[in-house]
Write a protein that binds this ligand. Sequence first.
Ligand code: KG4
Ligand code: ZN
Length: 338
Amino acid sequence: QKPIFILAIESSCDDTAAAVMQNDKVLSNIVAQQAIHEQYGGVVPELASRAHQQNIVPVIDVALKKANVTKDQLSAIAFTQGPGLMGSLLVGSSFAKSMAMSLDIPIIAVNHMHAHILAHFIDEEGFDKPEFPFLALTISGGHTQIVKVSSFFDMEIIGETTDDAVGEAFDKSAKILGLPYPGGPLVDKYAQLGNPKAYKFTKPKMPNLDFSFSGLKTQILYFIQNNVKENPNFIDENRNDICASIQNIIIEILMEKLKLAVQQTGIKQIAIGGGVSANSGIRNTLKEAEKKYGWKTFIPKFEYTTDNAAMIGIVGYQRFLENKFNDASVVSKARIDF
Ligand code: KG4
Ligand code: ZN
């Protein structure tokens, strides 16, 4: 059977990404990160769209060259429809539409959140694929969701954050500790050297499977302020223990909801995705849960967990097989109902 080649484009936030897929295999996966936002301590939408505009052609060029695929070989172009920053999404979708028009091939508009979940179906040696139905825990700087996944195209959000995302909880805590943005990986690094039981923070009381992280941020802020008042070197002297305790409470919050989700659905396969799934504490806790609760957990290859285009490409491939294409009039959406 003739192979299907899909060019995938992801431009929902601050990374310009392109990938080329041959069926469910990744031939190239290129991400141009926008360092500009570091100095502002967060993503600046205007600067993000401008950088996408600058990066998109070279990134796609590199992706095609690295994959050793020519434009004429492409079967379809998949791109992120949303959710995300409107100015950033528009760059990717307009480019995808024009390129597809000139090549006379179909377009596939992909929901970024579906893509984070279906990244688990990329064919990659040493990585198992979950079986339907499974639960997906999507944790990143922009999202925190528990999703019941019944098939490639049938997903239901059963829990999500009502305020900050988990990644924001990590990044904002890091900021309080004077760490540079994004601070999540640094909290993880110091946490590995500290005592997770050193300081006690309380879990928010949230009903059902929903999350809240903004109260935790305030709790940490007051905790640090009060201690620094008494000892100006409090952070420097206790950084590892503080980070370990913050990470510990975040993991406890996630695990509490996951356990409840397993109880409510009877599903014991858990697939995690999003940048925060890089966290060593979360990974270890999930591995322990396999033994402790008889769960089976799935953590994709790191380059497919943070924002990337290969995850858009795998959805493109599944949609191609089903002939689920989009009309050229499809529009970008800052928010998408699942
Ligand atoms: O998926 P991602 O690259 O971008 C989106 O937000 O969509 O996720 C980035 C988030 C940031 O908040 C970053 O601090 C967090 O993931 N992160 C981590 C770790 N690595 C990345 N948080 C905790 N521990 C880590 N090791
Ligand atoms: Zn994302």
